[in-house]
Design a protein around this ligand. Structure first.
Ligand code: GLU
Length: 308
């Protein structure tokens, strides 16, 4: 495909680095999402690049009313303002539909009426064709993965490879309820926004081969990837907005920002405003010092507070 679907007009078609933070408005900003926001900002700024925010508000059932503006306000209080307009995925359905059409036209996408229970005999993996007769309802659309083994060099986690047919199967790119799937939307938007580096939580490491396969099938450029350690709760589970992880306090941004920098293995500069702290941290970003695996945040933040 010569021109990626849904390309947005960019004031300056980037040749330099552009990073992004792409929260889902399923709750307020918590320590884990602040790690992803700060991490992606530091990578972009350390490379002299831009950083933009995209609101991944595709799934109405999971979106929390008021969360999107609250996240943007909190980011601003932490010194993290988007360098361009905030893209709302809810406005982008036509671009995702164009990508789906391109994949249908090439035979890469096929309709599927299988439910989870239909796929149980195949260990939940889709066997390469729909095993359920067409039903009287809309199908989901899946991407035929073929025999693709996809690998990439993550800037923090190192080499990561997946045998998609064995480990993932033909995956959903458009849901039966009419909502474009995250995997398709993120790939279309990363290309449309000229994102050159994706920095996000390590829970998305194993989504990345699917996204790279989609980029290849759609003829889109592949950004670099860096997957940050996950902030865990005291039971070693990922902090998540849906589990109502304690939101960070935008009224008192410095302690949380210092804790995030420490969590990322960075020296914590002596600065008295959020922006000055971030600028100084970006100037000394040490990617090799970022730990690969996460740790429990409560213990970590408490230790930092004790240390002053
Ligand atoms: N919207 C996703 C989340 O909030 C992040 C997606 C991404 O960075 O690719 O977890």
């Amino acid at each position: 495909m010569a021109e990626p679907p849904g390309r947005l007009p960019a004031p300056s078609r980037v040749t330099r680095c552009r990073g992004r933070f792409a929260p889902s408005p399923t709750g307020l900003l918590h320590f884990g999402s602040l790690v992803a926001a700060v991490g992606s900002w530091l990578f972009a700024r350390a490379a002299g690049g831009e950083w933009i925010v995209r609101m991944e508000d595709l799934d109405p059932a999971r979106s929390l009313p008021g969360a999107a503006p609250a996240i943007l306000d909190a980011l601003a209080a932490f010194g993290l303002a988007s360098d361009g307009p905030v893209l709302m995925q809810g406005t982008r359905t036509a671009a995702y539909a164009a990508a789906l059409k391109a994949l249908r036209d090439t035979g890469d996408a096929f309709p599927c009426w299988c439910s989870r229970s239909d796929l149980e005999p195949c260990d939940g993996l889709h066997p390469g064709r729909c095993i359920t007769p067409p039903r009287d309802r809309r199908p989901a659309w899946r991407l035929r993965v073929g025999s693709a083994k996809v690998g990439f060099d993550d800037r923090i986690q190192g080499r990561f490879e997946q045998d998609l047919a064995r480990e993932v199967g033909d995956f959903v790119i458009w849901r039966a309820d009419g909502v474009p799937a995250y995997q398709l939307a993120v790939v279309v938007d990363d290309a449309a926004q000229d994102i050159t580096e994706v920095v996000r939580g390590a829970d998305l490491l194993d989504s990345t081969p699917r996204q790279i396969l989609l980029q290849r099938r759609l003829g889109l450029p592949q950004p670099t990837y860096a997957h940050l350690p996950l902030a865990l709760d005291a039971c070693a589970r990922k902090l998540s907005k849906q589990d109502a992880a304690a939101p960070v306090d935008p009224a008192n941004p410095l302690p949380a920002l210092r804790a995030v920098l420490g969590f990322l293995g960075q020296r914590v500069p002596a600065a008295t405003t959020p922006r000055a702290l971030l600028e100084a941290a970006a100037a000394h970003l040490d990617i090799a010092a970022i730990p690969r695996t996460g740790c429990a945040v409560a213990a970590f933040a408490a230790a930092r507070n004790d240390a002053g």
